[in-house]
Design a protein around this ligand. Structure first.
Ligand code: FCB
Length: 453
């Protein structure tokens, strides 16, 4: 364990005694054992040279599939009450149809047992971007039928582990999957459809609603979603910049929260959605949720587009998009270049409460974290400390938040960045797969003890 001359910090403010503390991971990013499941869109995408920055794949990743017992022991020592992981759809349905892999499903059964034995509540996410390749070959999320296939898969998983799972998450960040995967092609499946990617958003939301119904039919009592949100700041008061920022806010935030919480699309999205049965779909999409998961990383400053593409944290936004992200100055940045702005978390939560009022169920922060190198990761400690204080301020102002999950337990395969960004509380040596808790792990363990004590 690391020892360092860490700065002395005031103890965190007290969170409610039943507040749910956890950490998050996702299947494709940590499991490895790619040969023991069906292929996913990410396997195909990573195999194309140039798509993943360091040329890596998630074939082995952290080998969590074989080392889950060691990882659950790390969770137990950390003292978290819950663990958010994702179920790999291609591990359960390797062929993307209704043939179930007993080995694949059996893995989640064992993982859930191991968690329960350690007194840790399992919080599975059913979709964290790893669509079975066979489903993609039939049109993927551009195909409305994928929503129905997803609900069938949700029912299969619920049938197997639902007796021990109290809380479920349907989708992770459909906004990023739509934008990065289908609109600008930075993520799998690598499509560059720009606004023709909008059906992908609708079909994921429909899949969410159908999965909520399937989970409830299987006896699930507590269902949420994990949507990424962040305040959008206009680059200036000029009308073209505020209009660009409003539009970005609609596309990245409200397109995914309004239909779930209000049962309608924000203007002008409704008219653009090519659905044969929009009203009925929106009724399904807005099935009441038991809680609402927010993944928060950073605010975004947005201005009107220029004639050239904009480079934003290594993501290229083409000039055809009606907005251009700009650098946020005056804040420290993580190794990924993301600005560290804890007060934007308070701003976001207050704005959510004001926008959705009674329609907003209790919130859980389902992801929050940062990328820094090194075992003595004082910057990560400062990040988590400041964001927890910002969260507490929102709660003190009346926002009903029930839990907080750090992204991530382990360093892992960070999508198009490969292994170059380290988000873990625990360091992973990708040669030996050895796990080494970082200073932030010790800090969080002590902070959780302080909350209990
Ligand atoms: C989120 C993703 C998660 C991870 C973090 C850093 O957008 O949900 O898988 O990549 O960012």
């Amino acid at each position: 364990m690391i020892t360092s001359m860490a700065p002395t910090r005031a103890p965190l403010p007290r969170f409610p005694h039943d507040f749910l503390w956890g950490v998050s991971t996702s299947a494709h990013q940590i499991e490895g054992a790619a040969g023991e499941r069906g292929p996913s869109v990410w396997d195909a995408f990573s195999a194309v040279p140039g798509q993943v920055k360091d040329g890596s794949t998630a074939t082995v990743a952290c080998d969590h599939f074989h080392r889950y017992r060691e990882d659950v022991a790390l969770l137990a020592d950390l003292g978290v009450g819950a663990y958010r992981f994702s179920v790999s759809w291609p591990r359960v349905h390797p062929h993307g149809d209704d043939r179930v892999s007993a080995e694949g499903l059996g893995f989640y059964d064992r993982l859930v047992d191991e968690l329960c034995a350690a007194g840790i509540r399992p919080l599975p996410t059913l979709f964290h971007w790893d669509t079975p390749l066979a489903v993609e070959e039939r049109g993927g999320w551009l195909n409305r039928d994928t929503a129905a296939r997803f609900a069938e898969y949700a029912a299969v998983v619920a049938d197997r582990i639902g007796d021990r799972v109290e809380r479920w998450i349907t989708l992770n960040e459909p906004a990023e999957h739509t934008l990065l995967g289908y609109a600008i092609g930075e993520h799998a499946p690598g499509k560059e459809l720009l606004f023709d990617a909008l059906p992908v958003a609708h079909h994921q939301l429909l899949a969410h609603g159908l999965a909520v119904q399937a989970l409830r039919a299987a006896g699930a009592r507590s269902i949420g979603v994990a949507n990424s949100h962040g305040p959008t700041w206009a680059a200036s008061d000029a009308p073209e910049d505020t209009a660009a920022a409003d539009f970005y806010d609609v596309l990245l935030n409200r397109l995914f929260s309004d239909p779930l919480l209000l049962g309608r699309y924000p203007d002008p999205i409704g008219e653009l959605m090519p659905s044969p049965s929009l009203d009925a779909d929106l009724k399904t999409i807005s099935e009441p949720l038991d809680w609402y998961g927010v993944n928060y990383y950073q605010p975004t400053k947005v201005g009107a587009p220029g004639l050239e593409p904009t480079d934003f944290n290594g993501v290229t936004i083409p000039p055809q998009m009606p907005f251009a992200p700009r650098d946020i100055e005056g804040y420290p940045v993580t190794d990924f270049g993301w600005p560290v702005v804890p007060e934007a978390l308070t701003e976001l939560l207050l704005a959510f409460r004001d926008r959705y009022g009674d329609r907003l169920p209790p919130i859980m922060i389902t992801e929050n974290g940062c990328s820094y190198e090194g075992l003595d990761d004082q910057d990560r400690i400062a990040y988590l400390d400041s964001h927890l204080r910002a969260l507490h301020r929102a709660m003190a102002a009346g926002v009903d938040v029930r839990g907080y999950f750090v992204w991530s337990l382990l360093d892992n395969f960070e999508w198009a960045e490969g292994y170059s960004q380290r988000f873990g509380l625990v360091h992973v040596d990708y040669e030996t797969l050895e796990r080494t808790p970082k200073a932030s792990y010790a800090w969080l363990r002590d902070a959780l003890r302080g909350q209990r004590g």
